[in-house]
Design a protein around this ligand. Structure first.
Ligand code: CA
Length: 239
C-alpha cells in the first residue's frame, strides 16, 4: 500500500482516480489546487510515496507545483497529466522535475500501471541503498560524489538534489561505465519504453545531469554524446 496525492480540479476525473487507486489498496488524498498540493506536501513530507499532478489547474499550474516542490527539496515521484499532443507540455514537465507523464484523456488502467511503475522504481532505488549488508550506495568520480540514497550529487561544496529519474538515469549510465548506451535502451530500461515518448526528453535529462556534473556543460567530459546512438559515461577522463 502506498500513500498517494492526487492533484486534479475536474471532479469526475478526480473521483475516478481515487476510486481506482483505492481499489488497488492505496491511501489517496485528493486536492483541487496546486497551492493545496504544496501545503499537503509540506505537512506530510516523506510519508507521501507519489503524486499524480494535473497540469491545468486553477491558480498555479502543475509545472509550477513540480518546480516549487523540487526547489524546496521534495523529491517525491511525480506523474504529470498533460494535454494530448502537446510535446511542449512533456518537455516542460520534465524540466519542472516530473518523473513521468501521461497524456489526457487516459485509460485508468494505464494510469494505475504507471503509478505502480513509479512506486517500483522508487523501491528499487531505495532497496540497494538501505540493505545493511551493502556498502553505502555512493559513487565517487573525479571529485564528485553521487549519493543514491540521499538522491543528491556533491561537487566540491555544492550539493544538487536529484529527482528519482535523474538518479535512476545517472545510476544506469554509471553501471555501464565506458560503454555506449543507446537512447532506445534508456527508454526501455529507465523509462519503461513508450512509443509516444519524445527522445528529446532524454536529452533534456542529460542536459540537467551535465549541469550538475560537468565543469563546462557544453564541453562534457563525463557524460558524452555518441552521435546518432546515445551516451557514454566516463568516470575518469584521460586528458
Ligand atoms: Ca485540470
Amino acid at each position: 500500500m502506498a500513500s498517494l496525492l492526487v492533484v486534479e480540479d475536474e471532479p469526475h476525473i478526480a473521483s475516478g482516480l481515487r476510486f481506482n487507486l483505492e481499489a488497488e489498496g492505496h491511501d489517496v488524498e485528493v486536492v483541487e489546487t496546486g497551492e493545496a498540493a504544496l501545503d499537503v506536501v509540506e505537512a506530510r513530507g516523506s510519508s507521501l510515496d507519489a503524486i499524480v499532478l494535473d497540469v491545468m489547474l486553477p491558480g498555479i499550474d502543475g509545472f509550477e507545483v513540480a518546480a516549487t516542490l523540487r526547489e524546496r527539496g521534495h523529491f517525491v515521484p511525480i506523474l504529470m497529466l498533460t494535454a494530448r499532443g502537446r510535446a511542449q507540455d512533456v518537455l516542460q514537465g520534465f524540466a519542472a522535475g516530473a518523473d513521468d507523464y501521461l497524456p489526457k484523456p487516459f485509460d485508468l488502467a494505464i494510469l494505475v500501471a504507471r503509478v505502480h511503475a513509479l512506486l517500483r522504481r522508487r523501491q528499487w532505488h531505495q532497496a540497494g541503498a538501505q540493505a545493511d549488508t551493502t556498502p553505502p550506495d555512493r559513487f565517487t568520480f573525479a571529485g564528485r560524489t553521487v549519493d543514491f540514497e540521499a538522491q543528491q550529487i556533491r561537487v566540491g561544496n555544492r550539493v544538487h538534489p536529484l529527482t528519482l529519474m535523474e538518479a535512476n538515469l545517472l545510476r544506469y549510465l554509471i553501471e555501464r561505465e565506458g560503454r555506449v548506451v543507446s537512447r532506445k535502451s534508456i527508454l526501455e530500461d529507465v523509462w519503461n519504453l513508450r512509443e509516444d515518448t519524445d527522445t528529446r526528453a532524454i536529452d533534456h535529462f542529460i542536459a540537467r545531469l551535465r549541469k550538475y556534473i560537468e565543469d563546462v556543460p557544453s564541453q562534457p567530459r563525463h557524460v558524452l554524446t555518441v552521435r546518432s546512438v546515445g551516451y557514454r559515461f566516463v568516470a575518469e577522463p584521460e586528458d
